[in-house]
Ligand binder design. Structure first.
Ligand SMILES: [Zn+2]
Length: 430
């Protein structure tokens, strides 16, 4: 009889950062064997004695905890071009097109597209996802569909659902009521969009109200915050104040905060101190930020992305999201988190060795922290969720967009992908 259900031999394990100089610690990737019994990691050792019913030879390749997609909109995924293409490429034309598509949503339509997207993600190593869902739509069709999807996929992917008032919590008299109905239907996270409320005052009020509801109902918070180039969009300071008042910083996340990239440095430096006190999480969506923002600039043209490097250097938790996959805001998108991290490396000048490693952490351990996942990572006793990449280390994985050769969920092989093979025929030299 075998000692384990599954053993992975000789992989370079990507362990959790230690904090501080942990990023520089070469021992974060020791070559080890991993033993799995049932749905748990039960042994990790350099040369694990015993045998597995199934054995995988990792051959020194990177064995990593799964990717975490901390910010995506599954309700609009795979609708690009419906009913029309976003020709201006702006956030606001995207919101308009989505408003035109919403009346034709059905539960089946949303379920089908969401599950197809989740499968694309899972086969590329994403096993934890936080999805926003628009709750400004009067029948809450998309929400009902995604709550059903959360249950349907739970064996192979963990899905958090977030109530997102796309048209503003106070943008329409019915919206706040719809939002509260969404809370009672069982969303995991409360969202918001303060910079898109009709006035600055309504924006502030929305942030305060959402924090109050989150505390009352014991939910996480993740707001689309200051997703605009306007340097006067300053709802991040309101989020920091609410997080400090309620003392719930790590349970709250500021998504996008692209205006932070346009703030004058004197204000930005003051704000950074408040953010460190508040201990908020941050999510940047580099693929989307670099394309949606800066659209009203001529030259010089802003990058329209938050201060990822400075937040990371300041010890704040940053994760990265894909945000959109073939929807009214972005007609591209593959679900590949290495694409997302690579874009962050480029847009945020994160090209130093430790900086690139930090970007890999933002799609793994950082994302897990944002989602407040328990028992995430490669440690004995944790759920046996892991991926094997066709690369020796995170930097090589990012450079090569390495194939995720094996995806293991709760101890079972969920997906396997062969790396592409080129047959080189050359040109004969005459
Ligand atoms: Zn978003």
């Amino acid at each position: 009889m075998s000692d384990f259900d599954l053993v992975i031999r000789g992989g370079g394990l990507w362990l959790a950062p230690l904090g501080g100089d942990g990023y520089a610690n070469a021992d974060r990737s020791p070559v080890m064997d991993v033993g799995i019994r049932g749905d748990r990691l039960v042994a990790i050792a350099p040369q694990l004695p015993g045998t597995g019913r199934v054995e995988i030879d990792a051959g020194g390749k990177l064995v990593s905890p799964p990717f975490v997609e901390s910010h995506i909109h599954l309700d609009s995924a795979l609708t690009a071009g419906q009913p029309r293409v976003n020709e201006s490429g702006t956030l606001f034309e995207g919101i308009q097109i989505w408003a035109e598509r919403k009346p034709s949503l059905t539960v089946e339509d949303v379920e089908e597209r969401a599950i197809a997207t989740l499968k694309t993600q899972a086969q590329q190593g994403v096993l934890y996802v936080r999805s926003h869902v628009d709750v400004s739509e009067p029948n809450l069709t998309a929400l009902r569909a995604l709550l059903a999807v959360r249950e349907a996929v739970q064996d192979w992917i963990t899905l958090q659902i977030l109530a997102f008032p796309q048209d503003g919590l106070y943008g329409d008299p019915r919206n706040a009521e719809l939002y509260q109905e969404a809370i009672s239907l069982g969303v995991d996270v409360l969202g918001g969009i303060p910079h898109y409320e009709l006035t600055r005052e309504a924006g502030v009020q929305s942030v305060e109200q959402i924090f109050n509801w989150a505390v009352q109902k014991d939910r996480l918070i993740d707001l689309h915050c200051d997703e605009i180039d306007d340097p006067q969009s300053r709802f991040l300071e309101v989020m920091a104040a609410c997080a400090i008042r309620h003392d719930i910083g790590p349970r709250a996340t500021a998504s996008h905060t692209t205006a932070f990239g346009s703030y004058e440095n004197g204000y930005a430096n003051k704000l950074m101190g408040f953010l460190q006190r508040a201990k908020l999480n941050f999510i940047a969506n580099p693929l989307i930020n670099i394309t949606l923002q800066g659209r009203t600039d001529t030259y010089p043209k802003r990058r329209g992305i938050t201060r990822v490097k400075e937040l990371w250097q300041g010890g704040l938790n940053v994760s990265l999201g894909h945000d959109c996959i073939q929807d009214p805001w972005y007609s591209l998108g593959t679900g590949n988190m290495l694409d997302v991290a690579s874009m962050a490396i480029h847009c945020c000048h994160m090209t130093g060795q430790q900086e690139m490693v930090a970007c890999y952490d933002m799609i793994t351990y950082g994302g897990a922290q944002t989602l407040q996942l328990q028992n995430y990572g490669l440690a004995v006793g944790n759920p046996a969720d892991l991926i094997i990449l066709d690369a020796a280390d995170p930097i090589a994985a990012l450079r090569q967009r390495a194939t995720i050769t094996t995806v293991i969920r709760r101890g079972k092989i969920l997906a396997e992908t062969q790396p592409a093979v080129t047959a080189w025929h050359g040109i004969p030299i005459p």
